[in-house]
Design a protein around this ligand. Sequence first.
Ligand code: CA
Length: 231
Amino acid sequence: MSQFTILVVEDEEAIRSMLVMVLQQYDFEVLEAGDVAEAQLILDDTLPDLILLDWMLPKVTGDEWTRRLKSSENFRDLPIILVTAKGEEADKIRGLDLGADDYVTKPFSPKELISRIKAVLRRSGKIHDLTQIKFKDIILDTAQHHASIADNDVEISPTEFRLLSFFLTHPDKVYNRTQLLDQVWGRSVYIEERTVDVHIRRLRKILAKYQREDWLQTVRGFGYRFSEKDS
Ligand code: CA
């Protein structure tokens, strides 16, 4: 989860450090603020992936800040989970009405908190983005090892899948066979360089079914490049 940054806004230091600790244990990057003014300063130069926002804060309360953020152009898509101590159903509903993405009620277990955070990140499309590699109309889902080209499900072996995902994330650059072996197969595996050509041919065959073979280009004397531009 280290790709995700969570901003924790909580005035009670003991609770804030507890939250920070829990989130760090789950590998989140954490930013912290004791009140809304501090949190706003953080937002001025960093955009977190989610705000964990205490309801009861001095001066500007969590629900008030939620209302402001959700009605602002820049931050309306920033997910917010309200942390409330109140057992009142009405408050929770009010929080969600204001645009909060979810709430947790103190006391809560670390496990519950993390699963709420993951659910919100998933709903907001952030977790999904992370496992998806996209290049034009080629989409790879690395979590499910699924590939599609122009909305067609593609049958592809694990090696070609890895090769393709390497190319899609490193477009327009030329790689020689040794570099591809290192990057796709790993340095510790001993494979002849010719093997690379075999897999390139197989991958090109797959791409050819969807008229995308021109994107996997041979650069004579150097190696291979994935690009939609003409070689
Ligand atoms: Ca508080």
